[in-house]
Design a protein around this ligand. Structure first.
Ligand code: IPM
Ligand code: MG
Length: 368
């Protein structure tokens, strides 16, 4: 069977601990299910800076471009707070997103029934929640030029970031939103700030036109992004797919993540456009949580977001839908059994570390 090339970039902080649990799954799938995964490894973030003086080396970038999928852990930590801006750990992630043209970032916020009580919102508000934030990932204020601090010469400086979107960028992310909605609840809510931003006016126009041209069967609504944030914590179940720009998507996805009880639970997929010849998309999968340097190396990190990111990889890069379903069910099952890492611990549950949580999920996955 065809081999499946994975590049693992564990990164910094809890990234390597979480990635170790995914490695176990890969080994089991190769040994027992003939999955044919070929893995390679690289450095990204602070560890890459320590070794290469860059947040990701050109050689590792090439590996990422050649892989069928990249699994990414986390980057950053206080150790690298003072490194130059261009080589800060986050620059490695941003380069991967930009060079691989991963414009579509899928951030599902699913509330596992077992965790409804861990949310800061009332259980009835979040129970059964299943929404998808689709964040534009290669444009907007993250990458717009000019992006600089200039000296005004009068003792003042000026910091400049540029929010910019072209029609094609909005069209392609809107297309992904409507396509995804068709596989789910068939609803898209587009969020921008057209009341103050020209890019928001264009965003709104292009999403509306894309809907009219090709996707009238999907229900489309629009919300100002600030009101959207408010609605997300008021009654999140009103949403199915939310499509929004890079910066609003960054913020709204953190809000949505916390609805589900813990940032340690949420996976993400970043996808490029399908290659016209092979139909394959470049793809990177990463947990939404960061490197959590405060708990790194203690064996207490929650590996579920990383494992669920691997499940998204099975689904979106390799069309291994049955295996993805099984892995997601295995995660749900260990939570139903009462196993909890510290971040999601509650009364009457059994606290376990990273390795025990990973082992329990692997065991359920094999048994299913
Ligand atoms: C995220 C993170 C990144 C972002 C950082 C680490 C650059 O917050 O993926 O949400 O802002 O996009
Ligand atoms: Mg973020």
């Amino acid at each position: 069977m065809a081999s499946r090339k994975l590049l693992l970039l564990p990164g910094d902080g809890i990234g390597p601990e979480a990635m170790a649990e995914v490695r176990k799954l890969i080994a089991v799938m190769n040994a027992e299910m003939n999955a044919g995964f070929e893995t390679d490894e690289g450095l990204v973030g602070g560890c890459a800076y320590d070794t290469h003086g860059a947040a990701i080396s050109d050689a590792d970038m090439e590996k990422a471009m050649a892989a069928d999928a990249v699994l990414f852990g986390a980057v950053g930590g206080p150790k690298w707070d003072a490194v130059p801006y261009d080589v800060r750990p986050e620059a490695g992630l941003l380069r991967l997103r930009k060079d691989m043209e991963l414009f579509a970032n899928l951030r599902p916020a699913i509330c596992y029934p077992a965790l409804a009580a861990s949310s800061s919102l009332k259980p009835e508000v979040v129970e059964g929640l299943d929404i998808l934030i689709l964040r534009e990932l290669t444009g907007g204020v993250y990458f717009g030029e000019p992006k600089e601090i200039i000296d005004l010469g009068n003792g003042q400086k000026r910091g400049i970031d540029t929010q910019v979107y072209d029609t094609f960028e909005i069209e392609r992310i809107a297309g992904v939103a409507f396509e995804l909605a068709r596989t789910r609840g068939n609803k898209v809510c587009s969020m921008e700030k057209r009341n103050v931003m020209k890019s928001g006016v264009l965003w709104n126009e292009v999403v509306t036109a894309t809907h009219k041209a090709k996707y009238q069967d999907v229900e489309l609504t629009h919300m100002l992004a600030d009101a959207g944030g408010m609605q997300l914590v008021r009654w999140p179940k009103q949403f199915d797919v939310i499509v929004t720009d890079n910066l609003f998507g960054d913020m709204l996805s953190d809000v949505a993540a916390m609805l589900t009880g813990s940032l340690g639970m949420l996976p993400s997929a970043s996808l490029g456009a399908p290659d016209p010849k092979t139909g394959k998309r470049k793809a990177l999968y990463e947990p939404v949580h960061g490197s959590a340097p405060d708990i790194a190396g203690q064996g207490i990190a929650n590996p579920i977001a990383m494992i669920a990111s691997f499940a998204m990889c099975l689904r979106y890069s390799f069309n291994m839908v049955a295996e993805a379903d099984r892995l997601e069910a295995a995660v749900s099952a260990v939570l139903d059994d009462g196993l909890r890492t510290r971040d999601i611990m509650s009364d009457g549950m059994t606290e376990v570390g990273t390795v025990a949580m990973g082992d329990a999920i692997v065991a359920k996955f094999r048994a299913a």
